[in-house]
Design a protein around this ligand. Structure first.
Ligand code: 5GP
Ligand code: MN
Length: 344
């Protein structure tokens, strides 16, 4: 396992946790499996130490994550802002997990900033904002915040207190951020973590099915429609663009999470290097959400930063555009052309 804190950092963190009674753990907007898994695992661990712990995320997370142990007690800021604010005001300590800057919490950021609680950032994204917390535990080489949490608990000598519920959350988090260990997952130490999680009794095949094989019929039909009708291939560039409007969402009776994973599908085509998915924001229809996925060394995050007001990881990034879908497609095409040498 990897040591991730210096001796001084470890001492500081142990002291911060020991002296805190009320702890709020925050996830990012549109929480994914790693956000839910890493925050819940920390909650299980800290609850076991007798702390009063709240997990708060800015908004709804997909149905295929609702099975995770503890998920039903997560507070959504979009639904219960007052409850979240109260928990944050009363908190001694706040853990910000799986994001690198407070703006990734959208509207919830304000409530976090209004709290006097000591903050610790635990993350695996590039370029963490070091001013947003008293301690920054940042490991961009790691596949998931859940992996960072594994090493952290190991280093703190707390592994024996990791329960099966916590282990399930950590495994699910790592699995979700790596596409079930098909990308960003070649560091051997990941499998050391997994080995230790399996020793806790994790049923990894069941976790896989819970996340990936619980589609509704309409979700499968939407996927078929996206591939058959909506996928625009730019084959000379080894790139693909897909679009989804809110009207189409309605037609397929989409619920939250139904579009998850669609962006990865064009990458199954031989030699494809980049997939761009443009979707109308469900809450702000004039905004286009952008998701990028790539293989090998193609830098999605650079393309997101240059063309889509966003960022992220090398092989998975995102952003947004304030324009019509037609204009967004044009921008995506220009982005692909601008990165032609890296795509071909
Ligand atoms: P997704 O396509 O799943 O929405 O996002 C993939 C990854 O891109 C996220 O894990 C996150 O790291 C990054 N990302 C998505 N949206 C944004 C954004 O608006 N700004 C930044 N900086 N990163 C984003
Ligand atoms: Mn993550």
């Amino acid at each position: 396992m990897v040591r991730i804190l210096t001796d001084e950092e470890q001492q500081w963190l142990e002291q911060a946790i020991a002296s805190a009674q009320r702890i709020v753990i925050c996830g990012h907007v549109n929480p994914d499996g790693d956000a839910i898994g890493s925050t819940l695992a920390l909650k299980w661990w800290l609850t076991g130490k007798g702390k009063q712990v709240t997990v708060a995320v800015p908004n709804y997370f997909p149905d295929f994550l609702h099975w995770m142990p503890g998920a039903k007690n997560i507070l959504l800021y979009s639904k219960s802002p007052e409850e979240v604010k109260k928990a944050m005001q009363e908190a001694d300590l706040m853990l910000l997990v799986d994001f690198n800057q407070t703006s990734r919490m959208n509207e919830m950021e304000e409530a976090v900033n209004a709290s006097k609680a000591v903050r610790v950032l635990i993350d695996h994204h590039l370029d963490p904002d070091r001013s947003c917390a008293s301690q920054v535990v940042s490991r961009p080489e790691m596949c998931a915040a859940s992996e960072v949490v594994c090493h952290l608990l190991w280093q703190l000598g707390e592994w024996e207190h990791v329960t099966l519920d916590a282990a399930i959350c950590l495994y699910a988090g790592m699995m979700c951020d790596t596409g079930a260990f098909t990308y960003n997952s070649s560091r051997s130490v990941i499998y050391e973590c997994i080995s230790h999680l399996l020793e806790k009794g994790v049923d990894k095949d069941r976790i896989y099915r819970n996340v990936f094989w619980t589609c509704s019929p309409q979700r499968i039909r939407l996927q078929g429609y996206m591939l058959y009708v909506k996928m625009q291939l730019m084959l000379p560039y080894h790139a693909s663009i897909m679009t989804l409007t809110n009207k189409e969402r309605k037609r397929f009776k989409c619920v939250n999470g139904d579009t998850e994973g669609i962006v990865n599908m064009p990458l199954q085509i031989s030699r494809m290097r980049l997939s761009i998915f443009l979707s109308e924001d469900t809450e702000h229809p004039e905004r286009i959400r952008v998701s990028l996925r790539s293989v090998d060394d193609f830098p999605c995050n650079e393309m997101s930063a240059q063309f889509f007001n966003g960022g992220g990881h090398r092989n998975a990034s995102g952003g947004h555009l304030e324009c019509s879908m037609e204009e967004a497609v044009e921008i995506a095409q220009k982005a692909i052309q601008a990165f032609a040498t890296k795509l071909k």
